[in-house]
Design a protein around this ligand. Structure first.
Ligand SMILES: CCCCCCCC/C=C\C=C\CC(=O)SCCNC(=O)CCNC(=O)[C@H](O)C(C)(C)COP(=O)(O)OP(=O)(O)OC[C@H]1O[C@@H](n2cnc3c(N)ncnc32)[C@H](O)[C@@H]1OP(=O)(O)O
Length: 260
């Protein structure tokens, strides 16, 4: 039984809706990553499901990205286990044979942005409080190569380089202009817009669409698959550095003090 991920049958035949519900901010903790992987595996094996709308149960925060508490003050074995789970989720999402449509109904930084970038189409609610982007450099860390590749595949090299170096979090209109999202709609129309685009994608024969998706994404997937262990070791080495730990602690403290 999954607590942090809710899967519902969608209103249209062949469509499931996967909702994040990991309060307070839908951070990708180890438990949540594992529940997501299990939910996605079940959906992948369900022949009745052809498309999945991915959204947050509660509007406001789509996903707050990776859980910073999983990357601070832990031991190398924990960092390795955590990073392997992050890789696994990305591999499941990016290689999914289903049509994935992200209905972005809240803040979508870093790992949240990455998850949405693995989808085939992104619709974002037009709320200026919501932003999306790979903001790792603002935390004093760098986006790994496969985060970078996923962004480059979406927006092109120049826009990705600028967004990554600056760690830009784009509000909806700007995100649309850069191409990080495909559509911006009034908040109350988000779910219907996602279902409408899903219907367009499902009008294409599955086998042709799936083979095309694999052809487009395989080179990017292969890069990680062939160096998964090395990527884990790089992550563990980097995240264990005192300077990185200090940067992450400072960022977490700033988030906590924001309220005070
Ligand atoms: C060569 C290979 C090398 C590999 C190198 C790898 C290096 C890269 C490694 C890691 C990559 C990481 C990618 C990430 O995803 S890092 C996470 C990035 N996320 C963020 O920057 C988002 C931070 N959060 C926010 O901006 C806000 O919290 C927001 C989501 C907008 C929600 O705002 P609000 O509703 O006002 O809520 P609060 O800010 O008050 O937060 C409530 C509590 O939740 C805690 N929190 C928030 N975000 C996180 C998080 N990502 N992880 C853990 N905890 C989080 C926050 O501290 C509050 O806690 P508390 O109630 O205790 O005060």
């Amino acid at each position: 039984m999954s607590h942090r991920v809710l899967v519902e049958a969608g209103p249209a035949a062949g469509v499931a809706v996967l909702k994040f519900r990991n309060p307070p901010v839908n951070a990708l903790s180890l438990e949540m990553l594992m529940e997501l992987v299990i939910s996605l595996e079940k959906l992948e094996n369900d022949k009745a499901v052809r498309g999945i709308v991915i959204t947050a149960e509660n509007p406001g925060i789509f996903l707050a990205g990776l859980d910073l508490t999983e990357m601070c003050g832990r031991n190398p074995a924990h960092y390795a286990k955590y990073w392997e789970a992050v890789q696994e989720l990305w591999l499941r999402l990016y290689q999914s044979s289903k049509v994935l449509v992200a209905a972005i109904n809240g803040a979508c930084p870093a790992g949240g942005c990455l998850a949405s970038l693995t989808c085939d189409y992104r619709v974002m609610a037009d709320n200026p409080k919501y932003t999306i982007g790979l903001n790792e450099t603002q935390l004093g860390i760098i986006a790994p190569f496969w985060f970078k590749d996923t962004l480059v595949n979406t927006v092109g090299h120049r826009a990705a380089e600028q967004a990554l170096q600056l760690g830009t979090l784009f509000p909806p209109a700007k995100a649309l202009q850069v191409g990080i999202v495909d559509q911006v709609v009034p908040e109350e129309q988000l779910q219907s817009a996602a279902l409408s685009v899903m219907a367009q994608w499902l009008a294409i024969p599955d086998h042709a669409r799936q083979l095309t998706k694999t052809m487009m994404r395989k080179p990017t997937v292969d890069q990680l698959v062939k160096q998964r262990e090395a990527d884990i070791q790089s992550f563990v080495g980097l995240i264990s550095q005192d300077s990185i730990q200090r940067a992450l602690q400072t960022y977490l403290q700033k988030l906590r003090q924001k309220k005070g």
